[in-house]
Design a protein around this ligand. Structure first.
Ligand code: PMP
Length: 429
């Protein structure tokens, strides 16, 4: 496949946009080469500026769970746009999507919409601090909760891909209130709680980590966090930006049967438009302005186009619960197929999967936390990425990312992907 026009567009972009991209991991820095410029996408396929078509395993990093340009979502947006694109005043559709989201997700009474996952997590933490009157938070190394200051401490995803899990610009004053624990290690959390008694407002976690590749929680880990939080009056925040409306209609809370105190959403809840949200029981949510003291706001929050896309998406998922089973089965099929060809090729690898989140680490050891994810062989990953891309298959351009399976993928697409992987195993040695 040829990518001349993408490379030319990238050269132009770099003149006026830092690094040529508006979000770092798009730049292919971890895998080398120039990023691909997309012209349009439909179903499971991306169509790029050079006329190539690619099977898409990223799906805009998660939102496009039903595939690209999904008709009910697109129609809803077009219809809304004709009636004005932003008012800065309340609209009925905000209550409609809020009501539906609250009915789908366990243990939440109220939800507030924002414009990104970053905003959702940032606001969730502010709310937790305001509610508890405490300053410190616990996060896990390798988890990513957006780019707000408190979270850029040993962050995952693009932050670690670019070697800056601790970003300059985050003050020491802010960093000191973020305590770091090890994913899947309850003792690391207990130690921090003991050393900071009555000072911790919340523990924020990706219930299935997706920003160091996919790392599912070990049995008992999330349950243990819930118990520790109850014991020490700490709020448990599930960052369900990736897992929400993906692992189950009610997300990880429903899948694992564990209640969080505050839940953050993004990605799917906006149907591919810029949306985030955070939600909790009424006693916590009513701490927010205008009825409570914790301030949080947004000119474009609850934007009608974004709400129309999100509502159409949630209606589809709510009305067709078989979708979850369908994408899980497709992901399992892919898992088994990749597992087989990589094993037969004698490659050292670990595939982690939960539901429709999956990633391949080139390590023979179990990958269960940031350290084990970082120990995998990145050179092999680079060869894997480019080998797949050369055959028209677009996977995440970093080993610290998860692939998100969409329901538009056919078993034929999956077979093509597995065969492509089989073809390149020799080059991975
Ligand atoms: N939380 C998680 C778990 C994420 O994966 C992301 C983004 N990938 C965010 C928060 C931030 O969301 P956004 O990029 O929409 O700000």
């Amino acid at each position: 496949m040829k990518y001349q026009r993408s490379s030319a567009l990238f050269a132009e972009a770099q003149k006026v946009i830092p690094g040529g991209v508006n979000s770092p991991v798009r730049a292919f820095k971890a895998v080398g080469g120039d990023p691909i410029f997309v012209e349009r996408a439909e179903g499971a396929y991306l169509y790029d500026a050079d006329g190539n078509n690619l099977i898409d395993y990223i799906n805009s990093w998660g939102p496009m769970i039903l595939g690209h340009a999904y008709k009910p979502v697109v129609d809803a947006v077009i219809d809304k746009a004709k009636r004005g694109t932003s008012f800065g005043m309340p609209t009925e559709i905000e209550t409609e999507i809020a009501t539906l989201a609250v009915s789908m997700v366990p243990n939440i009474d109220k939800i507030r919409f924002v414009n990104s996952g970053t905003e959702a997590c940032m606001s969730a933490v502010r709310l937790a601090r305001g509610f508890t009157g405490r300053d410190k938070i616990i996060k896990f190394a390798g988890c990513y909760h957006g780019h707000s200051d408190s979270f850029l401490i040993e962050a995952g995803s693009g932050a670690v891909t670019f070697g800056s899990p601790n970003s300059p610009g985050v003050t020491a004053g802010t960093a000191k209130d973020t305590l770091l624990a090890t994913y899947n290690d309850l003792n690391s959390v207990s130690r921090l709680i003991s050393a900071n008694k009555d000072e911790i407002a919340c523990i924020i976690i990706e219930p299935v980590a997706g920003n160091m590749g996919c790392i599912p929680p070990k049995k008992g880990f999330l349950e243990g966090l819930r118990e520790l939080c109850d014991e020490h009056q700490i709020l448990l925040i599930f960052d369900e930006v990736m897992t929400g409306f993906r692992l189950a209609p009610g997300g990880a809370q429903q899948l694992f049967g564990i209640n969080a105190d505050i839940v953050a959403f993004g990605k799917i809840i906006g149907g591919g438009l810029p949306v985030g949200a955070f939600a909790a029981r009424a006693e916590i949510m009513d701490f927010l302005a205008p009825i409570g003291p914790v301030y949080q706001a947004g000119t474009l929050s609850g934007n009608p186009l974004a709400m129309a896309a999100g509502l159409a998406m949630l209606k589809e998922l709510n009305g067709n619960p078989g979708i979850f089973d369908s994408i899980n089965k497709k992901t399992e099929y892919l898992h088994r197929g990749l597992d087989q060809v990589l094993s037969e090729g004698g490659i050292k690898f670990t595939i982690n999967r939960l539901g429709s989140m999956i990633s391949v680490h080139f390590s023979e050891n179990q990958v269960e936390d940031f350290e084990s994810a970082a120990a995998a062989n990145n050179n092999t990953f680079k060869k894997f990425f480019h080998g797949m891309l050369d055959q028209g298959i677009y996977i995440a351009p970093s080993a610290f990312e998860t692939w998100f399976i969409c329901d538009a993928l056919t078993y034929e697409d999956l077979d093509r992907t597995i065969a492509a992987c089989g073809k390149l195993v020799e080059n991975l040695k």
